[in-house]
Design a protein around this ligand. Structure first.
Ligand SMILES: NC(=O)c1ccc[n+]([C@@H]2O[C@H](COP(=O)([O-])OP(=O)(O)OC[C@H]3O[C@@H](n4cnc5c(N)ncnc54)[C@H](O)[C@@H]3O)[C@@H](O)[C@H]2O)c1
Ligand SMILES: O=C(O)[C@H](O)COP(=O)(O)O
Length: 527
């Protein structure tokens, strides 16, 4: 049974996705104080929030069974992503559901600002008919500067063109060609600052974007510029904006978001040329239904062990690519689990080689599964594909991915190589069409083993009678051999035997095998 906590108001249409399942219980407790959330969180497998609830490191560190945090919306700056990743908790969001609403709100704010609608409205409600006081500006033929041309910035650009504005945009991923296609001007950040009559920001709040609209940025702008922020508080330095408004450098500002929310007594709100809404960009029926449905599906999928659509702290994989690589996840994990059993030394470096069909697919998610398999032996079951690479780095294990043309006759081949102070061990595997995963090499020995169940790997001398002796030893202990694979380096030299047996091999059973003179090493691997 999975327990999911809904900590912010989330649309019922989304919650229905969770309610209608026998394996899920939903607890709705919105408006929890940070210490209340900390004390409740250990009961839950899933947590659903919007922007209000702060999912801090101390919340995450108390979340012993938490597997997923769902953000019904875009911005995840209220969630400590680093802490979530370290603790193997996947964070998912719903990036597409509120794009339209946020873009429409931005346009509404720009028009309200330009035509002083909120000020005129409030005067009229106070019985003041002040027509001359509220003369505004047309936006037609003015230049709108967009900082951040992602989903929302792009929608704003198209709407502004519909208003016959000129649009100039800056985004690190914007090319001149793309700008041409959109019929807008491509600019550097400074060009946008200098040329725009209205500037709207649509970036996430990141280290690089915090206070990117600073005192220095205001200095570069036209006198009488209008500023709009329907993205995140903190992108605009609020003190610098206040000074620029008071000095008249900025003619007016439309603000949906501030650094500290909820906000009430903010000095910006005292200025008559500031139009503000309480973080309403995504607050439409349509957006809320859409983000809630999207995020609840991802939460349910993840809890049931299925793939999520919108991971934030995992590489996102388009579904057509996923269907190509998902079958390799199990193979990769098994290779990692097998390999780590071949040595008791401290892992230092892992090299993963992808070849054949695997040489031109997205390999990062496959690598995560291999590393997860490797680390599980020593770090336990809290290792997952979210934190596998982070934990490897923490343990000073370097991971290298390599694409090679060496297929050794297989249509796809994956080799995981582990370096320790005593040497290099490696294991290779393939997905056999229709037959599933196979181990095909262990170090330099060729084998053909299904990587599942109870396996015993025996390194021995290639001498007559060894196989028989081992067979009798095992049968004396009532251990049935299901399959057996042998290979040798040269006649009479070193050899390997890989047995699959019907039950877990106990330590004393392995010790008995080791007593045979010809046996050099015996390792049990349960996959
Ligand atoms: N007010 C609201 O209710 C509301 C609603 C939805 C989204 N938002 C916020 O709006 C913002 C944009 O959302 P989105 O869905 O368009 O995100 P997005 O990821 O699609 O777009 C963000 C864009 O910002 C660009 N960017 C990053 N750093 C930049 C920099 N230094 N300079 C210029 N551009 C930079 C990125 O390249 C990207 O194209 C986010 O902060 C989101 O949280 C607010
Ligand atoms: O990032 C977002 O999606 C918006 O800021 C919406 O936030 P909200 O879900 O709290 O309205």
């Amino acid at each position: 049974m999975f327990h999911v906590l809904i900590a912010d108001p989330i649309s019922d249409e989304g919650l229905d996705v969770l309610y209608n399942n026998e394996d899920v219980t939903v607890v709705k407790e919105t408006g929890l104080k940070p210490d209340e959330l900390e004390s409740r969180i250990e009961e839950f497998d899933g947590l659903l929030v919007r922007s209000q609830t702060k999912v801090t490191r101390s919340v995450i560190e108390k979340a012993d069974r938490l597997k997923i945090i769902g953000r019904a919306g875009v911005g995840v700056d209220n969630i400590d992503l680093e802490a979530a990743t370290e603790n193997g908790i996947i964070v998912v969001n719903a990036p597409n559901g509120n794009t339209n609403s946020a873009a429409e709100h931005t346009m509404a704010m720009m028009m309200a600002l330009s035509r002083k609608i909120p000020q005129a409205h409030s005067a009229l409600k106070n019985q003041k008919w002040e027509r001359s006081k509220y003369v505004g500006f047309e936006v037609k033929n003015k230049t709108l500067g967009i900082v951040g041309l992602g989903r929302i910035g792009t929608e704003v650009a198209y709407r502004a063109k519909g208003q016959r504005m000129n649009v100039i945009a800056y985004d690190p991923f914007l090319t001149e060609e793309k700008a041409d296609q959109m019929g807008i001007e491509y600019g550097e950040f400074e060009d946008v600052l200098k040329k725009a009559d209205y500037i709207t920001v649509h970036t996430p709040l990141l280290k690089d974007t915090r206070h990117m609209i600073s005192t220095d940025a205001f200095k570069q702008m036209k006198d009488g510029v209008f500023m709009i922020n329907c993205a995140r508080g903190g992108i605009i330095d609020e003190d610098a904006l206040y000074d620029a408004l008071v000095s008249g450098k900025v003619a007016g500002a439309a603000i949906d978001v501030l650094e500290e929310e909820p906000f009430q007594d903010h000095k910006l709100l005292e200025l008559p040329q500031v139009v503000a809404t309480p973080h309403l960009g995504a607050s439409t029926v349509e957006a809320q239904e859409s983000v809630a449905v999207d995020v609840c599906h991802d939460v349910l999928n993840h809890l049931r062990g299925d793939i999520v659509k919108n991971p934030v702290n995992l590489p996102s994989v388009p579904s057509d690519v996923l269907s190509q690589i998902e079958p390799y996840f199990n193979l990769a994990e098994k290779l990692g689990m097998f390999l780590i059993r071949l040595t008791d030394d401290v892992p230092e470096e892992v090299n993963i080689y992808y070849s054949g069909d695997l040489s031109d697919v997205k390999i990062d998610p496959i690598t995560r599964n291999a590393v997860k398999g490797l680390l599980e032996r020593h770090l336990g079951s809290h290792v997952n594909d979210v934190n596998a690479l982070y934990l490897a780095e923490k343990k000073d294990i370097t991971i290298h991915e390599n694409r090679t043309s060496t297929t050794k006759g297989f249509t796809n081949l994956m080799t995981v190589e582990l370096k320790t102070k005593s040497g290099v061990r490696s294991v290779s595997g393939t997905l056999l069409n229709g037959l599933g995963p196979r181990l095909v090499r262990v170090d330099h020995y060729s084998v053909d083993v299904m990587p599942e169940g109870h396996i015993v790997v025996i390194h021995h001398k290639d001498l007559p009678g060894v196989i028989g002796e081992m067979g009798s030893l095992l049968s004396e202990r009532n251990i049935n051999i299901a399959t057996m694979q042998v290979d040798r380096s040269d006649v009479g030299g070193n050899a390997i035997m890989i047995l699959t047996i019907d039950k877990h091999a106990e330590q004393e059973e392995l010790e008995a095998l080791k007593e045979l003179e010809e046996i050099k090493a015996v390792t049990a691997v349960d996959l």
